[in-house]
Design a protein around this ligand. Sequence first.
Ligand code: ZN
Length: 444
Amino acid sequence: MPDILRLAARVWLLALMLATPSISRAALPLLIRPARVWTGDGVAHANWVVLVRDGLVEAVGPASAVIAPADAETVSLPGATLVPGLIDLHSHLFLHPYNEAAWNDQVMKEPEAYRTLHAARFARDTLRAGYTTLRDLGTEGAGYADASLKRAIDEGAIEGPHLSIATRAIVATSSYGPGPRGFRPDVALPEGAQEASGVDAVVRAVREQAARGADWIKVYADYRVGPDGSARPTFTAAELRALVEAAHLGGRPVAAHAASDAGMRLAIEAGVDTIEHGYGGSASTFRLMRERGVAYLPTLTAVEATETYFNHYVPGMSPPTPKMREAQTAFRTALAQGVTIGCGSDVGVFRHGDNWREPLWMARLGMAPVDVLRACTSGAAAILRQQGHIGRIAPGLHADLAAFDGAPDLRIDDLRRPVFVMKDGVIARRPDDLPEAAATPAAR
Ligand SMILES: [Zn+2]
């Protein structure tokens, strides 16, 4: 056999091996008939249908205009609105709520294998809630286990959303947890993230994480390192610039944890792509974000959750605490300054599958429901640089879809009621009244 043919045969075999999980799960074409379809922009359409084949959306439009093939199955979703699969841009699948176990205890007492098994369960809960993509921003002491989780999901071994991962995250030496603050100096502690000091070391950390599978580089631009425990910048401007340069050279965007205005400014000026939290952000800093095209992930629910666990806040009963008011002011300021805002909840601090709490907060603080939904779909996909693949219902894009009872584009609370979820054309959730085997042949 000529070399070129042998090579072609090898490439074909390799492609077949890589494709096997999805091939074995390939289903018949599927016609989805919800009450309404919202494609990721504009208004929702009544009496539209979506045709799915081979994991992709093949057609979307009025029922009269979309011709289903003879062998298509139909899923009817009366009373539901079908939207693009939701995206949460700030998750931690390797954490669980801090009122179950404090963060320190999770990192110090829960072995990586235990945390990974739970992460697999949380990934499934998340998918079934209608979230088909997560940007998981750091394993918080569970090493590179997110790369294995992502691989197992992609290979079809377990159910879960598409993952963009950050692996260990990068922190300045001795400025994260657990400890060394609060611990005697002669105990060896695990690291909640990868520690680095100096330009060479941060560049090395970026390269190591990239090689282990990081899609994004997560950096902590500030942390509670002030003498009084306040959030203060950790890395120097030179360290941050080097980190961003190394990440961008390798084709990876940078997400910066920054809670203080000073930390945000250092990160933005170093060229990061997203700011996480930003609770202390001033109007001028948010304006700078808009000018530089830096996106904002407000993580409002993380504050609500921690204030509930540790500061006597009772949801629906107490007035917002000072910390909640600070976060809410930041969100409103960012909104007024026209910053690109994505859905990013910090889920893990609160229960996986309850990601809907973040879009509810965004709507409660003044964002129109349809804009919130865009921030959780097409807008989030653009922040992820995945807009050509996910975030809208359009021919050729992934068949990542979620249907909710009601009309979440008009009443965001309806995101609490998922009835149907599909990822890459594979159904992850069906309406309760439609058991696994009850799909009917398409009516013609
Ligand atoms: Zn986080």
